[in-house]
Design a protein around this ligand. Structure first.
Ligand SMILES: CC(C)(COP(=O)(O)OP(=O)(O)OC[C@H]1O[C@@H](n2cnc3c(N)ncnc32)[C@H](O)[C@@H]1OP(=O)(O)O)[C@@H](O)C(=O)NCCC(=O)NCCS
Length: 165
């Protein structure tokens, strides 16, 4: 598909997440994670003063209303920032959108006084681990048998950290 003559390279804009985005964010989250969060959960998180997010919309789509292509939600409290969740649409994976969303979250966390950023990731999630390592995150801890996958297997959660200074 991406090699087709008629294929159009998508272009995206990354904008601060606002309340109106929460429904689309919840829908994309439900597509990418086994345990869905409701749009009300996103809204109540976003309304907290320490929480912020970014949404990625395609700018060169032919359809009237572009679907949401990615989002990140994060928090910064007393110098410690945390990625709460991040996802990119399956069809636009590996276009650099995860990288751009993380860069936006890192910039915002720094501007709020963040000195370090933390996140938690399933140790079997190769795309996410690849992204975080490329951004300079390193393992800071491990929670063994923390997640259960769709086959009932238990996998560990890695806690990763990156300096923001
Ligand atoms: C993790 C996720 C956000 C990555 O988004 P993305 O837009 O595809 O990532 P990018 O295109 O910015 O890739 C940046 C780097 O991440 C790594 N990466 C991304 N996809 C990868 C894959 N399928 N396999 C291995 N590494 C991958 C690579 O290092 C890549 O750099 P490169 O393309 O120069 O090699 C996306 O796969 C996703 O939404 N997954 C489902 C939800 C999820 O697991 N979220 C994280 C929970 S902790």
């Amino acid at each position: 598909m991406r090699d087709s003559l008629f294929y159009r390279q998508p272009e995206f804009e990354i904008v601060p997440m606002v309340s109106d985005h929460c429904r689309a964010v919840a829908e994309l989250h439900a597509q990418r994670f086994p345990r869905a969060w409701g749009d009300g959960e996103f809204l109540s998180l976003l309304l907290q003063p320490n929480t912020f997010g970014f949404a990625a919309w395609q700018t060169n789509t032919l359809i009237f209303k572009s679907p949401l292509n990615g989002f990140v939600l994060a928090r910064e409290v007393a110098g410690e920032a945390e990625i709460l969740t991040i996802a990119v649409g399956e069809k636009v994976g590996r276009f650099g959108l995860g990288w751009r969303l993380m860069q936006a979250a890192i910039r915002e966390a720094k501007s709020r006084g963040g000195e370090a950023m933390f996140l938690e990731v399933d140790d079997g999630n190769a795309p996410a681990l690849g992204l975080y390592r490329k951004l300079g995150f390193e393992k800071a801890g491990e929670r063994p048998a923390y997640y259960t996958d769709e086959n009932g297997r238990r996998t560990s959660a890695l806690v990763m950290r990156r300096d923001l200074r």
